[in-house]
Design a binder for this molecule. Structure first.
Ligand SMILES: Nc1nc2c(ncn2[C@@H]2O[C@H](COP(=O)(O)OP(=O)(O)O)[C@@H](O)[C@H]2O)c(=O)[nH]1
Ligand SMILES: [Mg+2]
Length: 391
């Protein structure tokens, strides 16, 4: 099945926001052009679902993948944003709720990960004018303030949407007002998405360094040794029926696996190039966990290095935090989410402080690299940094 389109990168757009802001309704309507009729039961099911829903829109050059993050669980949003490499983040804010603390935290994460922001105000049709005005004001102030430092621009129907795709160069942060009842507003937003440029280019030629980050493991098919995983192919290419290496396992080893099938945008394909989210069916005898990677078959000497400890240059970003020796916290780095302990710290750090911190993974050694971005995100501890040393 030769599919030239695969050479094109997929554009990934993360929809972030609190529960009930209208993310799922918006993604469904954008991808199918049909309003979503949801009954209570379906709604319950969706809200208890801690996974990321994926929707697809076609455009001339790219498949646009909408990643509908479950806002009820901050850790799902954070993990998705770290591991799935979104090109853009759409912040969905309900007109009558306005900016909440959680929304601000999600925005902060996008800023840390340097993902360009787009704002959507939903349900403005059911919001009293004075509340809507106040909430839009807050959003505009946030955009023009220190953290984002862009020009907020409310996009109305007369706006030149096609040229708006250069909004990043123009230092603009677009704000769309959408109500599910008005189809023309949805169409304008969809046209805007279809004209966006990918922010990340694929490394298709780097076959020798193929690396696929596992972000989700679906239950094993009963009686079969196959596992289905979802993840992000960062470099290289994966062929169906090829032998690859999966690891690190609990003994820090890589084992050979066979790629039984590849699913891209819900279709089976024979190969997949980098810079795409795809599903793989693999026959694996070991237990697969988030944080594992799949790489091309290399000689023993060329295996990626696995580390228990690393040092990072850290900045504390939360007012309630004092970072100290022996602290245990959950750390996010690409597709890794694991508890870590602080084993060395320059000094007790509070909000705004920067310094060197040495961490130890508490469960498994992981495949990390110098320069990887890390986020420490817990109820009491918020910090960001870059890995500077691995051990
Ligand atoms: N009136 C109105 N209702 C909306 C609008 N957008 C979403 N909703 C409703 O708000 C509820 C929550 O939406 P949902 O997409 O599930 O929010 P999520 O939790 O962010 O995914 C649903 O009942 C939607 O039908 C809108 O623009 N206008
Ligand atoms: Mg939802």
């Amino acid at each position: 099945m030769e599919n030239e389109n695969l050479k094109n990168s997929q554009i990934r757009i993360a929809f972030i926001g609190i529960s009930n802001s209208g993310k799922t309704a918006l993604c469904s309507i954008l991808s199918s052009n049909k309003p979503l009729n949801k009954n209570k039961e379906e709604e319950e099911k969706q809200n208890s679902n801690s996974k990321i829903n994926e929707f697809i829109i076609k455009s001339k050059d790219n498949d646009i993948k909408l990643l509908d993050m479950n806002g009820k669980y901050g850790k799902v949003t954070l993990y998705g944003m770290c591991s799935l490499n979104p090109d853009y983040c759409v912040v969905v804010i309900s007109g009558n709720m306005g900016l909440t603390q959680t929304t601000k935290e999600f925005i902060e994460i996008s800023i840390i990960l340097e993902i360009p922001l787009i704002f959507i105000i939903t349900k403005y049709n059911i919001t009293p004018d004075f509340i809507l005005e106040e909430n839009i004001n807050d959003i505009q102030n946030l955009i023009s303030g220190d953290g984002i430092n862009k020009i907020p621009k409310i996009i109305n129907k007369d706006y030149d949407i096609v040229n708006l795709s250069n909004f990043i160069n123009d230092n603009i942060c677009p704000i769309f007002k959408i109500s599910m009842e008005d189809e023309s507003e949805i169409d304008i937003f969809k046209l805007f998405l279809q004209n966006l440029h990918p922010m990340q280019l694929s490394n298709n030629d780097d076959y020798d360094n193929t690396i696929y980050y596992i972000t989700n493991i679906f239950t094993k098919e009963e009686g079969k040794s196959n596992s289905i995983v979802n993840g992000f192919l960062n470099k290289g290419k994966i062929n169906k029926n090829s032998k690859m290496l999966l690891g690190p396992d609990s003994n820090a080893q890589f084992i050979e696996v066979n790629i039984k099938s590849i699913y891209f945008n819900d279709n089976p394909v024979d190969y997949i190039y980098s810079n795409n989210i795809c599903c793989l069916s693999i026959d694996s005898q070991i237990e697969i966990r988030k944080g594992m990677i799949i790489i091309n078959n290399v000689t023993k000497n060329n295996l990626p290095k696995i580390y228990n400890e690393f040092t990072a240059d850290i900045m504390v970003v939360d007012h309630n935090t004092i970072l100290k020796q022996n602290f245990i916290c959950v750390l996010y780095c690409r597709n890794i989410r694991q508890s870590c302990q602080i084993v060395e710290i320059e000094y007790n750090m509070k909000c705004g402080d920067r310094g060197k911190v040495k961490f130890r993974f508490l469960k498994y050694p992981e495949c990390i690299h110098i320069g990887d971005k890390i986020i420490v995100f817990e109820s009491k501890i918020r910090a960001v940094g870059l890995i500077t040393e691995v051990k």
